[in-house]
Design a protein around this ligand. Sequence first.
Ligand code: NAP
Length: 238
Amino acid sequence: MITVLVAGATGAVGSALVPHLRSSGFAVIPHVRPKTAERHPLGKDPRALVTELSDTARLDEHMAHSQAVVCTVGTMRRRFAAGDTYETSDYRPVVQLVESARRAPPPRPRHFVLVSAFGARPGGGYLGWKHKAEEVVRASGLPHTILRPSFIDSRGSGSVPSDGIERKPPPAVGPALRLIGKVPRFREMSDDLRPIPVKILCAAIARILHDGAPLGILTGRQIWPLGAMPLAATAARR
Ligand SMILES: NC(=O)c1ccc[n+]([C@@H]2O[C@H](COP(=O)([O-])OP(=O)(O)OC[C@H]3O[C@@H](n4cnc5c(N)ncnc54)[C@H](OP(=O)(O)O)[C@@H]3O)[C@@H](O)[C@H]2O)c1
């Protein structure tokens, strides 16, 4: 059975990804921050790694049991008051996870799957930090896949984000982009931009982990078809 360490497990994507991977036949180690463990169901998960990612000894110990890492860690400007910033949430955790994935004892090399964001590019702000984080993964020497979703739609996914807020794209965006996508030359652009349901994202990540082949950078045009190829419940047991 493939064991996957999921960082950001208490977020909108992570909290849906953990049960999705388990029901697809993966063993999952959900990472949970101590300050969140008390108030989130995954804090009581028997396999949870409840620690800060700066605790290298405990991180490496759990990393040593993992064949793959999925990082869905991040923050938003409205949460800065709680102490997180783009540097401390969208960049630093990626450095900590990459270093641990390279340092921890075999199984190696570990497939590193990073959930980044559409439009990541050099510069400042959210997209600049996402790009810096991608650079760390690209330079790591680890086999890696970087997903760049645009809007994420968590409705109906069963996700339990620690901030309690459903990820709901503006109502007109999805239908408008779907319509634009009916024009063949705008199809790929529409797939890149239209809101991706968390369920599709989770199914795509499960497929990527199962296949094990590093795919580089993926945007919506690749994520949608990957997410439409669900795995059988026991597929990851090999
Ligand atoms: N939501 C969207 O529309 C959207 C669109 C494009 C890309 N993305 C990207 O997709 C990913 C998943 O999004 P999401 O909406 O699921 O994120 P989210 O709900 O905001 O979840 C963020 C997760 O990261 C954890 N985290 C934050 N700072 C951390 C740190 N310093 N160390 C360890 N863990 C930390 C949080 O833990 P706590 O629970 O302890 O706070 C939480 O588990 C993110 O990288 C985001 O930038 C999101």
